[in-house]
Design a protein around this ligand. Structure first.
Ligand SMILES: [Zn+2]
Length: 425
């Protein structure tokens, strides 16, 4: 057991060589890796990413007494503990209740046109006879393959689609603030994207929203993954509870200093939960009803709309078809490497181990090979987007490295703990 020490409201851990090392973001002082996948206990819970808070204080994934993470335990349940036929029947009943008879919209499927949203919309249409309206919150910078797939979704899949593109100047400002203050350049995108679908459902009078997979599967306690519906509190407006709202680490009332008026933030704000309730809007996860395997979603999307993977491996990992629609995506994962020591290959390998596509040994090798690779391909685009030069970009990033995870050496930054194969690592 590693002891954490609190001094001046900061946490430290004792290192035999380097002395006391600060622990940022309230992360666990002792770094552990799941014995079954490759995720570490530094992984934040998904739900906390959504909070409008000033600091990046994190609740993290839980490991049980056997050293297995909650995501692996949930995968175990998906393999053995779930009656998938029964769940499919439940979806059938739900669809039978809501299905329109004349082809008008009866449900709403948000997504970018990535493999998961393509799968959700296509299955609901083909297998369950639904008439989904698809809605998209645009990526920061569409990649060519991302735009191709988005268009294929509409033109080959046969869907109406609303594509919302936020004010590019303002979104850049928010992204820059989120990078500078939180090293979380995706925060504004996440706010906008998560809130868009329920608001569109209200506007269009569509009572049923289908998300794909419950993202909480990858980091929240197992007990929270047992519901088909998204908790309405997820959409609650914190301001009405007297809390200050922060965007990119800046309080709402200070946004005008950055050229943004509070009213302009509407697209980023949650729908009113009372209005949702009154309109009877329900948000369901397709992944609750259908066993969700990302690789299968990819094959399905490739077969039915000609979904294309990247020609090259995505930098920072080994995969070719996950999150490829936004040129800035690699920097989202790179910032999680900086803050939590968890890069993109770790996320991919952990998921593929849980779905039995690769072994843990293979996963460990892939993490060692790719996790710390810096994404160069779209770096000039991302720097231009942030209106930053390289020096500033790295100076900011380095200030977010937690000393309990990173050591500065003559060769550069080195992780103090890496996932390994032996039991005691
Ligand atoms: Zn695990």
């Amino acid at each position: 057991m590693v002891e954490t020490i609190e001094k001046n409201r900061k946490l430290f851990v004792d290192d035999p060589v380097d002395g006391q090392l600060e622990i940022k973001y309230g992360l666990p002082g002792e770094v552990k890796f799941c014995k079954r996948c490759v995720i570490s206990n530094q992984r934040p819970s998904s739900s906390v990413e959504f909070k409008h808070t000033k600091e990046s204080k994190k609740a993290t994934i839980r490991f049980d007494e056997e050293g297995i993470c909650d995501a692996c335990r949930y995968a175990e349940q998906k393999d053995h503990g779930v009656d998938w036929e029964g769940r499919r029947d439940q979806l059938q009943v739900l669809c039978d209740t809501y299905r329109s008879r004349n082809g008008s919209y009866d449900c709403l499927v948000p997504g970018s046109g990535g493999k998961d949203s393509v799968y959700a919309a296509m299955v609901l249409k083909r297998d369950f006879g639904m008439h989904p309206l698809t809605v998209t919150w645009a990526p920061h910078l569409y990649s060519d393959v991302g735009w191709y797939n988005h268009q294929a979704w509409i033109h080959k899949g046969g869907f109406d689609n609303y594509l919302f593109t936020p004010d590019g100047v303002m979104h850049r400002t928010l992204t820059r603030l989120a990078y500078r203050n939180l090293l979380h350049p995706f925060q504004p995108f996440i706010f906008g994207q998560k809130n868009y679908a329920p608001k569109m459902a209200l506007k269009m009078g569509i009572p049923l929203v289908f998300y794909g997979e419950n993202e909480a599967e990858y980091g929240n306690p197992v007990a929270e993954n047992t519901s088909a519906k998204r908790d309405p509190a997820y959409f609650a407006r914190k301001e009405e509870q007297g809390e200050t709202l922060y965007f990119g680490g800046v309080a709402m009332e200070e946004l005008p200093e950055h050229g943004i008026l509070p009213g302009q933030m509407d697209p980023y704000m949650p729908a009113n939960p009372e209005a949702l309730e009154k309109a009877g809007v329900e948000v369901h996860y397709t992944g609750y009803y259908l066993k969700w395997i990302p690789q299968e979603c990819y094959y399905y999307a490739a077969e039915h709309i000609g979904f294309e993977a990247n020609e090259d491996r995505t930098e920072g990992t080994y995969s070719k078809y996950n999150s490829i629609d936004d040129k800035t995506d690699p920097y989202h994962y790179w910032t999680t490497l900086v803050k939590f020591g968890i890069g993109r290959a770790t996320y991919d390998a952990a998921q593929e181990i849980r779905n039995h596509h690769i072994t843990r040994e293979e996963g460990v090798a892939l993490v060692h090979r790719y996790d710390q690779e810096f994404p160069r391909k779209y770096f000039p685009d991302f720097l231009a987007y942030l209106d930053m030069d390289e020096d500033e970009f790295f100076e900011i990033a380095d200030s977010f490295r937690s000393p309990h995870l990173w050591q500065r050496t003559n060769e550069g930054w080195r992780l103090r703990h890496r996932v390994g194969n032996s039991e005691d690592e």
